[in-house]
Design a protein around this ligand. Structure first.
Ligand SMILES: [Fe+2]
Length: 291
């Protein structure tokens, strides 16, 4: 197995391992350790089917059905991300940096994508490192970072997510999703990684709406500033080719997929594994589930 990290150490490309064959305990341990070190691992030209994708994701724990799909009766842990001329991306502009379903009280630990069809141009996915975002915040304004340690932020699905649901499933289903998840969840602004204990900035432009206890204006200003640290943080971009597999750490990273591939066909299959609530840095308590 050959591992080539980026110059920053955030993100690495792995070759010399066939994820479609039985993965030895030794390789599995090395892959998990590499993910904890680098946050995102790209495995080019693997050509897995969905069963092999699920087996690979299972290295990190129990497979998870997306809570929105589960609330609508879904049981399949494999989700399909599909666009073509008849199914353009629901949001007109680029998708925002986000942690998958952070509006839920628990988030997935790890997500894996495999590319089935890649557009000839565009359609890359970019990940940003929440650990280096926090380091930048601390270096820029240590006082603010200390203040944020005590604070929680509300994550909710918001109008963009509702619009996506409406385009995909119709307004009745979208209403049901908003009814079930619209209240969102409170998460610590500065969290500790559940496996490594490393501190990270846990807000994202996709789902974080409000910092609990602040006025709306103060919260909006502060969140915009915090989102800016992800733009400056270490990033990893993957330009998809059919067969590629990428696994990432949902706690440590945020990701986005620009809608820059026109009417080309793009199909990715996703599987997530493990689930846990973001942990408040410096404490052993997690926030109560917000009903
Ligand atoms: Fe996502």
């Amino acid at each position: 197995m050959n591992l080539t990290p980026t110059s920053t150490g955030f993100g690495a490309t792995v070759t010399g391992v066939d994820l479609g064959s039985a993965i030895s305990d030794l390789d599995a341990g090395q892959i998990r350790e590499a993910l904890d070190r680098h946050g995102v691992l790209a495995f080019p030209a693997q050509d897995l089917d969905d069963d092999a994708l699920a087996t690979f994701a299972n290295l990190w724990g129990e497979l998870q059905v997306h809570p929105v799909a589960a609330s609508l009766g879904g049981t399949d842990p494999i989700a399909v991300v599909f666009n073509d001329a008849d199914h353009p991306p629901a949001t007109g502009g680029d998708s925002l940096f986000h942690t998958d379903y952070s509006f839920h009280y628990q988030i997935p630990d790890v997500a894996v994508l495999r590319s089935v069809t890649a557009p000839p141009v565009g359609g890359a996915t970019t990940w940003a490192d929440a650990t280096s975002a926090l380091r930048r915040l601390m270096a820029t304004d240590g006082e603010l970072a200390e203040r944020l340690r005590k604070l929680y932020a509300l994550h909710d699905p918001g109008p963009r997510f509702r619009h996506e649901m409406e385009v995909r499933m119709g307004s009745e289903m979208a209403d049901r999703v908003v009814q079930q998840f619209g209240d969102g969840s409170l998460h610590p602004v500065i969290a500790a990684h559940p496996r490594t204990g490393t501190e990270l900035l846990f807000v994202n432009a996709g789902f974080t709406r409000w910092i609990d206890g602040l006025s709306d204006d103060e919260s909006d200003d502060l969140l915009q500033r915090l989102f800016g640290f992800f733009d400056e943080a270490n990033q990893f971009e993957h330009r998809w080719a059919a067969g590629d597999v990428v696994v990432w750490d949902e706690h440590r990273t945020v990701h986005r997929g620009p809608n820059d591939f026109g009417t080309s066909r793009r199909e990715l299959h996703r599987c997530t594994a493990g689930t846990s609530a973001p942990i408040h840095a410096g404490s052993s308590t997690t926030p109560q589930r917000k009903e």
